[in-house]
Design a protein around this ligand. Structure first.
Ligand code: B12
Ligand code: SF4
Ligand code: SF4
Length: 381
């Protein structure tokens, strides 16, 4: 079989195994991206989750010596939740971003890439291949952009005409000279809704992100949430979808295509209070299969406390006092102190005063004082 024919078969096979879009890009170095990455580093706009070696990120031949083309894949994930439970007073809920509904996409995409590798190897015994999803060196978006999967949008996501930006991306570097796809025209035009709606002003003009200000990043950190962002994260437990939900190109892209990504509403939109006391074992059992659990339970618990403060949920105060008095982790005690102050009950004031006398950790003490300051402001106002 000639290569052209094989490429057609490969594309058909990809669709059979649940790959929604496939494209072929050259494995030439990514020079534009290199400048962008260096600029991001200089400006300290990076999240720290990226591969730090810019050379490896932009030179596929350093990852696979005989690199000729890169196969880019995209799999759509749902943006709509059936039977989404509504939070109510006394039973508030948090939310995981859509990219963390259902099965962890790393596993789902890797499984498909492994099948593709086997399919290629069966026809091309000399094939050399290296696949990656998210945690690899390459920029999955830069590869997808070059392979014509979608355009690189102002909200920095790759948007596909078929599924909007709700797609996971992955790729395979190969030594096979496949026919290449053309990159897609930018379709954002004059629109700037994502830039204007981002709650923290994290999107810099021209498709650049200051990740340090991005709520998606902030929900994944393990320390104290910087004060500036505490009231901005709302009830988000993991990730942020605002610059995607406002995007006109995502209208009517429900993408309820793959059963494995359909969310369990009790996991994707869980009750907040039970999260405060969840054991490691229960957390792993319930949330371990979603990608949003990758940083462990502490960031999710910290965010749950901030979400209860956001709702000013008075019924949660006893549970928050319990954390303040007995949790071993300073970030959790301190965030609970701040939340107790923000909610502002007499019981909370009493607990904060008591904790102020007993607390030994200087950072937690600072948070207790911030909590107490809410009461002082209240009595002035
Ligand atoms: C670090 C990281 C983050 C960081 C930083 C994100 C960012 N925008 O840089 C944080 C934690 C904030 C994050 C958040 C999210 N992420 Co993320 N993340 C990554 C990761 C691991 C690396 C990204 C990276 O290198 N960023 C540095 C920037 C500079 O590079 P880049 O975005 O890859 O490249 C584009 C830009 O640089 C731009 N560009 C390049 N050169 C130039 C030059 C000029 C002049 C301009 C204007 C632009 C430009 O074009 C490139 C191609 O589109 C990738 C996986 C991977 N290995 O690539 C996933 C990845 C980008 N994330 C993904 C997702 C789904 C998300 C979230 C939607 C999750 C959520 N709901 O919370 C949010 C989206 C937030 C946002 N607006 O970007 C998907 C993107 C899918 C898509 N359709 O685009 C990826 C590809 C994971 C995957 N394999 O599916 N993420
Ligand atoms: S994910 Fe949220 S915080 Fe980050 S750029 Fe988009 S809207 Fe802004
Ligand atoms: S909201 Fe507008 S500017 Fe932002 S990504 Fe969507 S189309 Fe582009």
């Amino acid at each position: 079989m000639n290569l052209e024919q094989f490429q057609k078969e490969l594309v058909a096979y990809a669709s059979e195994i649940g790959i929604d879009k496939i494209g072929f890009a050259s494995a030439e170095p990514f020079f534009n991206l290199k400048h962008q990455l260096i600029r991001q580093q200089q400006l300290q706009y990076q999240s720290g989750f990226e591969e730090p070696d810019v050379e490896k990120r932009t030179h596929p031949e350093l990852l696979l010596e005989e690199a000729v083309t890169i196969i880019a894949i995209a799999i759509a994930y749902p943006s709509k939740m059936n039977d989404a439970p509504q939070g109510t007073k006394g039973a508030r809920r948090g939310i995981f971003s859509r990219s963390s509904w259902g099965k962890d996409y790393h596993a789902a995409l890797r499984e498909r890439l492994t099948l593709l590798e086997a399919f290629i190897a069966a026809h091309y015994p000399d094939a050399r291949m290296r696949s990656m999803v998210d945690t690899g060196e390459l920029s999955d978006r830069a590869v997808a952009e070059r392979a014509g999967i979608g355009w690189s949008a102002k909200n920095t996501n790759i948007i596909t005409p078929e599924f909007g930006s709700y797609v996971y991306l992955g790729e395979m570097i190969t030594n096979i000279p496949f026919t290449l796809n053309e990159p897609m025209e930018d379709q954002c035009g004059d629109c700037r809704l994502c830039i204007d709606t981002c709650p923290t002003g994290a999107i810099v003009e021209g498709g650049q992100l200051n990740a340090q200000r991005c709520i998606s990043f902030l929900t994944q950190t393990k320390g104290f949430m910087p004060d500036e962002f505490r009231s901005k994260i709302g009830n988000r437990l993991y990730g942020c979808d605002t610059c995607q939900t406002v995007c006109p190109k995502n209208k009517r892209k429900a993408n309820q295509i793959h059963a494995e990504f359909e969310p369990d509403p009790e996991i994707a939109k869980p009750l907040l209070e039970p999260l405060l006391k969840i054991s490691n074992r229960e957390f792993k059992e319930k949330f371990g299969y979603v990608s949003g659990s990758w940083r462990g339970k502490k960031p999710i618990q910290r965010n749950a406390i901030l979400a209860l403060a956001h709702f000013k949920e008075v019924s949660a105060v006893p549970a928050l006092i319990d954390l303040l008095e007995s949790d071993e982790r300073p970030v959790i005690r301190g965030t609970a102190a701040w939340a107790i102050g923000k909610i502002g009950t007499a019981e909370g004031l009493h607990a904060l005063k008591k904790a102020e006398e007993q607390e030994k950790d200087s950072e937690v003490l600072e948070e207790i004082q911030k909590g107490l300051a809410f009461f002082a402001e209240e009595s002035k106002g």
